[in-house]
Design a protein around this ligand. Structure first.
Ligand SMILES: [Zn+2]
Length: 344
């Protein structure tokens, strides 16, 4: 037991906690202000042209209404500079949240589908990532996420294009509408990515059933599960995830906003920590879900009265579960040990 005074973590303590963010969609960081700025720059007329009207649209009620807005807002991303501006805006906010390493997903198919060249999206994002360590102190990894409501052929085609252009991607992921689009649909995609030496992750068990988590491990060979909260419904699966220490990149504010859980108080994360699952906290689509990774930590720590040891555990999990090189992990774990020493 710690003393009550030690359990209260000041918000700045959570922000200074060195952490990695492993579940982040760069298109989900488009804030209304930047959308309007990019629309003006590109001469695009938006269906909701004022800041007020656009902000109102962010009050969606389920996954589909969120996805509709998410894809509609991407229309403002036309040039490399637009993609770079979006990425830099995220990195700047991530730094404020204490993020020291970020693994950033982007949706190549969504851009190709609306007539934007793959190279435009990749080069724009990569340009911002190239200066991230120097400018923001954040090391980065880029992950191409494929839309599971599209065909596997479409994903394979885009993956081949990314590989042949030498896109600086470290891995692949699988996102968008989960239910009805099981992991078994993407076996060839993951086999091809593994052959190409890419790291493998996939969304599973957000809205979809626990067996999507199991199938992602068994059929796709993923190293990490994005979300995975519905795994808690299957006792045998939980035992396996604990035994194998499979990282689960949990996104609390996103889960509440998309009604995957009813309230923050009902979130399974504390239970997941207690049973020994390898969980970490992430922001998913922070512009849409009520905050960046720091806000996710804040909300959960306040809701559950977390102490320094709990948040240190979560931050440690995020660093160890990242695709960062061993030397970078050691560096960040040393920073975390330093943080702990000053917050005990
Ligand atoms: Zn996600």
């Amino acid at each position: 037991m710690t003393h009550a005074s030690e359990q209260i973590l000041a918000p700045d303590a959570l922000l200074s906690l060195p952490k990695a963010e492993l579940h982040l969609h760069i298109e989900g960081t488009l804030e209304p202000e930047l959308i309007l700025e990019l629309a003006a720059r590109n001469g695009i007329t938006l269906p909701h042209p004022t800041l007020e009207e656009l902000r109102e649209q962010y009050e969606f009620t389920d996954l589909q209404s969120f996805l509709n807005l998410y894809y509609a807002n991407m229309a403002v991303l036309i040039t490399e500079a637009d993609f770079a501006a979006m990425t830099r805006a995220y990195l700047s906010r991530a730094r404020e949240s204490g993020v020291r390493h970020a693994e950033i997903m982007f949706d190549p198919q969504a851009h190709v589908a609306r007539g934007v060249e793959l190279t435009t999206a990749v080069n724009g994002i990569a340009a911002a990532l190239a200066s991230s360590e120097a400018e923001f102190g954040i090391s980065t990894v880029l992950i191409a996420a494929f839309l599971r409501d599209e065909t596997e052929e479409s994903a394979l085609e885009v993956l081949e294009a990314l590989l042949s252009m030498g896109a600086p991607i470290a891995g692949i992921g699988l996102d968008s509408a989960e239910v009805g689009n099981p992991p078994s649909k993407f076996i060839r995609l993951y086999r091809r990515a593994a052959e190409a030496g890419l790291r493998l992750t996939a969304h599973a068990g957000e809205e979809g059933p626990p067996f999507y988590v199991e199938d992602s491990l068994n059929l796709l060979g993923v190293e990490r599960i994005d979300h995975g909260i519905r795994a808690v419904e299957d006792r045998v699966l939980v035992q396996r995830l604990v035994r194998e220490q499979v990282p689960l990149t949990v996104c609390p504010l996103s889960n509440v906003r998309l009604r995957a859980v009813d309230t923050l108080a009902a979130h399974p994360l504390p239970q997941m920590i207690t049973v020994g699952l390898n969980v970490c906290i992430n922001s998913d689509d922070p512009a849409y879900f009520g905050g960046y990774v720091g806000a996710n930590f804040d909300a959960m720590a306040a809701e559950f009265g977390w102490d320094a040891a709990t948040v240190e555990k979560l931050a440690g999990n995020s660093i160890r579960s990242s695709f960062a090189p061993a030397a970078r992990k050691d560096e960040l774990l040393a920073e975390l040990a330093e943080w702990s020493a000053s917050h005990r």
